[in-house]
Design a protein around this ligand. Sequence first.
Ligand code: GLA
Length: 469
Amino acid sequence: MPEVLTGNFGHSETSNMKEAVSAKMSIESPAVLKLPVEGERGRRLAALKDKFTAEYSHSPQFYVRAPGRVNLIGEHIDYCGYAVFPIAVEQDILMAVAANTSGKLNLCNMDLCYPPFSCDISSFQVDRSKAAWHNYVLCGILGIREEGGVTGALTGLDVAVSGNIPPSSGLSSSSALVCAAALATAYAHKRTLAKDTLAELCARCERHVGTQGGGMDQAIAFLANVDTAKLIEFNPLRATSVPLPPGATFVVANSLAPINKAATSHFNCRVMECRLATKIMAKRAGLPWEKYQRLGELQVALGKTLPEMVEMVGEVLEKRLYSKQESVLSENTRDIQEFNLYDRALHVYSEANRVWEFHDVCKKDGPGALERLGSLMLASHRSTQHLYQCSHPKLDTLVELSQGIALGARLTGAGWGGCMVALVEEEKVEEYKKKLEQDFYSQEPAAKGRDIKTVLFSTQPGPAACVYI
Ligand code: GLA
């Protein structure tokens, strides 16, 4: 475990550990830790330092880390206002950073697939017409520029990036980049921001790339804790630690079908379908429908339970496609002709209910708890597959192969490719991995030449974003 220097990144306080840790804000701000020198992370940080020094001819002043995440249950409901259940993973984005006097942002990446980039740090705009990696860094900086409370122009920054979250795999590599960039910019400008403020700011600024995501990925990046999953609730943002029942492990399997949610209209189309369903249901209930954007707000206004909302979907929405003319359109969804409101709303309300059931089973941890969690995960997958239609044939294959050996399995993240997460009894983990290796990866052309440990791995809840000095 890295040594905690202070939880507050007011620079002057790093020498006074006790006072900093006892201050209220210090508990709520990302930790400032001693730079790890050992293990895999220590090696990556040392290589990152070398890259930084070679590129910019001076040393980094500090480093930041932001983790990826696996969502255990609660998919595509955060942007409807509903609670989700993620853990942070070990895989992360690391940044080495130093201020410069040129007013420029200079970026380079350990992975040469991601080309270097430079711009004026105080006047850039995010060009959403290009799916460039640096856009996510720009979003994070923009978040601090717009909402971080920095007075005057931003200081120029030299930044080197190292990432080991598999990209386009639904493990939130993009949001980790946004969160790391925002944290680095805040720290470089001596801005001490609470974790929840950073999380909300990052959720908003990531929308500069054009995707209307919810706040799950950024929330878990800043609010995660080792050894516990988090129930993340929104409006206002809250994170509650929920211990997982012992005896089982979460195994992540990458379908190797890449997903880039900013490059297609799928994601925004779902957000729009949920918004439209909200408006139609609000109108039918005699509410001022123009005011309502989220299925969650509608439930609060109606004072109904989630099962009652599921019933209401059946009463109000028709099981047919709604036409473009019936819709309120936004950029990125204008070329979509038809919207499936019934299935989408049904998924959201029933998935939101499953999250609470999952939470209650974890809390009670009685006999059969693991089996119950597994069946909730499978029900969640079926709902994303058939109602939300955001799965992928390869994800479905992985879920089918998991039957009978894992307790449950489901897609995780946005879907349309990316990863599956399975709940597996500890004594069966090796057997399970072997089965997927033989029955899936050995026949998957995209797996050729890849280290199996990077596509199929067990995972535990890891820590939140931090600064290293
Ligand atoms: C993406 C978004 C999240 C969430 C998931 C689906 O990761 O960034 O906000 O909507 O998809 O659950």
